[in-house]
Write a protein that binds this ligand. Structure first.
Ligand code: AMP
Ligand code: MG
Length: 417
């Protein structure tokens, strides 16, 4: 977790584009240390700490890809039909143990090992069988309809690379190799809290001027999806000694501290002074909407991401900046490709040039074509439209209004819904 030399967290201008901010963060991060050995099921959502090497071939032996007949290609006449004697049947799990000799065929089921002597599978649908004989038409290809031993995973090869996060396909792939345990990286420990004097905890009535603390639940959800170990530190008042204690506690036990609120111009000053006593933190103005202010740096031995307080801005900044940072710290490599597509926008969107806007959108299929619409009111405190959205319409810094029918870039939610 060491900061790379020659890359101070603070720089002269506090204004960043989204791309610059993202890169400035990723440039500084390296995976945390520590690993453990877990059984296959427990590897779901975990990041492989070492390559998984295939201890056997998958498939283990040459087998049939179709139901049909295993034959010797040399027995088939180039023109007209060939008649072969059926000498047995091969099932998946119950191979034919004999030999396929000249003029012979073995009835074979999908997945059954190819009997000795045979080299080609003729699919059942093109054949006629009667009286212990099968008639095969011309036009077969040598070696057709075979699955070769090791064609999926070859013995001794890298079946899965270190840095891969295991999903359902990876669990199945590991199991297909007969492997019972894998080595995964330690989970990232993330301490998180909300800041604000106006915040009330759920489950009790609101006093005048209070709002329920929703950000901690949003962040709980986002962090849980990433498989982090969570330390929920509750609400911390806008009170320097309380904040200082919270930052000290968090940095003593966590790899990452995630906060919401308190980074806007009006509030940032005392937090800036405080966290810079405990570490090195930059307060950035990022040219995005919603989201703008964000803090990034180190407090003690932990990385700090100070997100804005507005509930939608929390999700936007988490998605654009924090998620891949946490993936990197967790050892995920390479980072997943962003799910960006271009689609037709079905309505007009007002935009001033200047900032990159992440507009909550909803992808629809209209006459078989993807189009995107606004997902409702776009205020940065309005979570309902975030819930109704399934993508961000990403409008670059320099562009203005979008006219209905124009093509726009869309970032599909992956893990946010
Ligand atoms: P701040 O960034 O602290 O200035 O907060 C910006 C806005 O977000 C204010 O309207 C806050 O009341 C609201 N806010 C801050 N933190 C939370 C939270 N944890 N849950 C819900 N709203 C919040
Ligand atoms: Mg606040």
């Amino acid at each position: 977790m060491e900061q790379k030399p020659g890359s101070p967290i603070t720089r002269r201008s506090p204004n960043y584009t989204a791309a610059e901010a993202r890169q400035a963060i990723l440039d500084r991060l390296a995976p945390i240390g520590g690993w453990e050995r877990v059984d296959v099921r427990s590897a779901l959502g975990r990041v492989l700490a070492e390559d998984v090497i295939a201890p056997c071939n998958v498939p283990a032996h040459d087998n049939s890809a179709m139901d049909g007949y295993a034959v010797r290609f040399a027995d088939l006449a180039p023109q007209g039909e060939s008649t072969l004697a059926i000498v047995g049947t091969a099932f998946a799990g119950k191979p034919f143990s004999g030999m396929v000799g000249a003029g012979q065929a073995v009835r074979i089921m999908t997945g059954a090992p190819i009997p000795q002597g045979a080299d080609t599978i003729v699919v059942q649908e093109v054949t006629r069988a009667a009286d212990g004989k099968v008639v095969v038409p011309a036009g077969q290809r040598a070696g057709q309809n075979l699955r070769r031993a090791g064609e999926d995973l070859a013995l001794g090869g890298v079946a899965l690379p270190a840095g891969k996060r295991c999903g359902p396909a990876e669990l199945g792939l590991i199991a297909s190799l007969g492997i019972a345990e894998v080595v995964v990286r330690r989970r990232l420990r993330v301490a998180f809290f909300s800041t604000g004097d106006e915040l009330a905890s759920i489950g009790k009535p609101l006093a005048p001027g209070e709002v329920y603390d929703s950000n901690r639940y949003t962040l709980f959800g986002a962090l849980s999806r990433l498989g982090c170990d969570l330390i929920d530190m509750g609400v911390v008042r806008d009170d320097p000694p309380a904040l200082e204690a919270a930052f000290r506690d968090a940095s003593a036990s966590a790899d990452v501290i995630l906060t919401s609120g308190g980074v806007s111009v009006g509030e940032a000053d005392f937090i800036r002074e405080l966290v810079n006593r405990l570490g090195e933190v930059a307060f950035w103005k990022i040219d995005i909407k919603p989201g703008r202010p964000m803090a990034f740096g180190r407090v003690g031995d932990a990385w700090l991401f100070g997100l804005p307080g507005n509930p939608v801005a929390v999700l936007v900044t988490f998605y654009q900046f924090v998620q891949d940072a946490l993936q990197t710290l967790s050892g995920v490599s390479p980072l997943p490709e962003p799910a960006l597509i271009h689609v037709e926008c079905a309505e007009t969107i007002r935009k001033q040039p200047g900032r990159r806007e992440f507009v909550r959108g909803r992808l629809h299929l209209v006459d078989g074509r993807q189009t995107v619409r606004l997902a409702g009111a776009q205020g940065s405190g309005i979570l309902r439209s975030m819930s109704e959205a399934n993508c961000f319409i990403v409008l670059p810094e320099d562009r203005g209004d979008v006219q209905a029918g124009e093509s726009v870039q869309v970032q599909i939610f992956d893990g946010l819904v």
